[in-house]
Design a binder for this molecule. Sequence first.
Ligand code: SAM
Ligand code: SF4
Ligand code: F3S
Length: 444
Amino acid sequence: MQKKIFIKTFGCQMNEYDSNRIYDSVKRIGFIKSKDLDNLDCYVINTCHIRDKAKEKVYHEIGRVKKKYNKKNKPIVVIAGCVAQAENQEMINREPYIDIVIGPQSYHKINEKLINFVKDKKIEETEFDTVSKFNYFDNIANKNSKISSFLTIQEGCDKFCSFCVVPYTRGPEYSRPFDKIISEAEELIKNGAKEIILLGQNVNAYSYKKKIKEYRISDIINKLENYSELKRIRYTTSHPRDMTDDLIECYSTSKKLMPFVHLPIQSGSNKILKLMNRKHTVEQYVEIYEKLKKINPDIEFSSDFIISYPGETDKDFNETVNLIKKIKFINSYSFIFSPRPGTKASNLKLIDKEIAKERLIKTQEYLFKFQLNMNKSFINKSIDVLVENKIEGQSKLFGRNQYMNSVIFEGNSDLIGKNRNIKIEKVNQNSLFGKIEKNNMKAA
Ligand code: SAM
Ligand code: SF4
Ligand code: F3S
């Protein structure tokens, strides 16, 4: 008999990719993905540990499941992801409702854990076994093709920025074999993917050596360029130190690599970057920006900022603001520094809460202003949009332009997966709204 499973996913795109791959795996032992959350056999919470309150979110979610199953047989409750890795056995000790805790590099063992699960016998599995995990998943077809599909090429991190949990939750850097990545991309494309987003915690640190050849992310991009059905290539998240010339060169040779670079800098102050152990300077970052702009002036940037890292003075903060004004990032993430247990920065003296808040507000004022200005610049222009899906309950379609902006317009579902020129009529902070251009001759 088929059993029902649901995975609630928090965190980054890599967690989203992992949740889909877990579905692919458990299907082999009779679990099917369920939309109805009332009669589940297994409830997985795929967690994120990047900032404060992540852990509390998980316990809150468990509370909701508990309430739902108050008078019914409870599902097997599995905690996966980065909180699972960081907290492991402690989670089971604190919340007996949890049955299995499994870390991100142990997902190849999930079928075995579920099959052998015996009520009240708790399981904790948090070994870093990345190679076995990917070997296992290489033999399970990725059946999660969407118009825009994720493909993990690299995992983990060796950089140890002083604020960040990722090296502890995802383990050391690992790059998947080049040919396995290409096979997975082919499967995604065969099943309808028109855009592939290459994923990794440090995606541009990708390095796979076979005999004398070292494959880099540029090799993956160049190879994907040859698939005629594939229209767009993106990658995230990259690190400035790994922005090598071969990757920069792709922006002049590839027609499919989108001219939108998400390149986290964290701070505009060299002093703070040093304290963060970022291993790059503001000048090096600006140099990358200038090289890319020289290749194609239409390339735009987004970034991540940590505001009020311990030791940040007004001067340091103003340097961050100046950098934002210089680059005019069109879309970015910004958060106040959140001390993470186990990291080097966990016990440093925090900046006063009110000052930190004020600085975040000021940062976001600039970031939102540049984002809105960019959106406004599309008004009355015709832009190329890859149509991704129909908006539920409406006659409208959703797609994205080259800069990942959401574009919403009237149209028929048969346009899904095709590119159309959309004339933009109005915009808000997050989306563009328009109409399909008449005489739209853009190649499908
Ligand atoms: N590897 C990417 C890089 O080097 O920039 C970042 C990946 S991390 C998963 C995503 C973002 O979370 C970071 O860029 C950073 O801005 C944010 N982040 C990580 N740790 C944080 C912390 N302790 N407090 C606030 N933000 C944090
Ligand atoms: Fe975290 Fe990125 Fe730094 Fe690695 S490079 S420690 S993932 S912020
Ligand atoms: Fe969160 Fe882990 Fe991703 S901490 S951001 S889910 S790598």
